[in-house]
Design a protein around this ligand. Structure first.
Ligand code: CA
Length: 233
């Protein structure tokens, strides 16, 4: 394996100069290399010149709808794309994920959260698209190669839908997967609005996997958006 530099190139596309400076300072302290753009136009040109590993994209930009930027960025770069959105804007987060954003951060966010998400994004990028065979979260092990799930070494029986939902989450630990992404992957495109199906399956999974199903730590709700498998490995 080759030696990777710890510095990640991060492009911040954000029109608010104050937020930009805060982000820059936090990211540089963590050893990242940072470039900044204040407009969508500048962001797209830096994407080609700077070739970032990760893009932090504010969705409220003066010259272009941030959501429109997502497919443009995905088409010309393989950078991990994290959008930055206001807390109350749930529909915007869902749309961003469905358009191909890898993750989102909610404003105002704390620095530790931001850095943790970037580490996750970097890890995903370094491991490429190769799917992990096994995912461990606390005492739960998900063996994607053999479609087996165990807790503290004891095999857990899951229904097919339960396994499929868990596997979709486990393919991207620590990333939020939207309700419609999960529904499309497990039930098919015709059922992508049936959040009720998903709720039932997630409730069953929590009963089987969580130490305290009423206070889930493994499968985390992203209110109105989707679910995230907590997966700091
Ligand atoms: Ca803005």
């Amino acid at each position: 394996m080759c030696v990777m530099s710890l510095a990640t190139k991060i492009l911040i596309v954000e029109d608010d100069g104050h937020v930009r400076r805060l982000l820059e300072a936090a990211l540089q302290r963590a050893g990242h290399d940072v470039a900044e753009a204040a407009t969508a136009r500048e962001g797209l040109s830096l994407l080609d010149i700077y070739k970032p590993d990760t893009v932090l994209l504010d969705l409220g930009l003066p010259d272009r709808d941030g959501l429109e930027m997502i497919p443009l960025i995905k088409a010309r770069s393989d950078a991990t794309l994290m959008v930055v959105s206001a807390r109350e804007n749930v529909a915007e987060k869902v749309a961003a994920l469905d358009l191909g954003a890898d993750d989102y951060l909610t404003k105002p966010f704390d620095t530790e959260e931001l850095l943790a998400r970037i580490r996750t994004a970097l890890r995903h990028r370094l491991s490429g698209n190769a799917e992990r065979e096994r995912v461990m979260v606390d005492e739960v092990e998900i063996d994607l190669g053999h479609r087996r799930v165990s807790r503290a070494g004891a095999e857990i029986h899951l229904s097919r839908k339960e396994y499929d939902v868990l596997a979709e989450l486990a393919k991207h630990p620590d990333r939020v997967i939207s309700h419609s992404q999960l529904l499309r992957a497990v039930w098919g495109p015709a059922h992508e609005t049936r959040v009720d199906y998903l709720r039932i399956v997630v409730r069953n999974l929590r009963q089987k996997l969580e130490t305290d199903p009423t206070r889930p730590r493994l499968i985390v709700n992203e209110l109105g958006v989707g679910y995230r498998l907590r997966g700091r490995i």
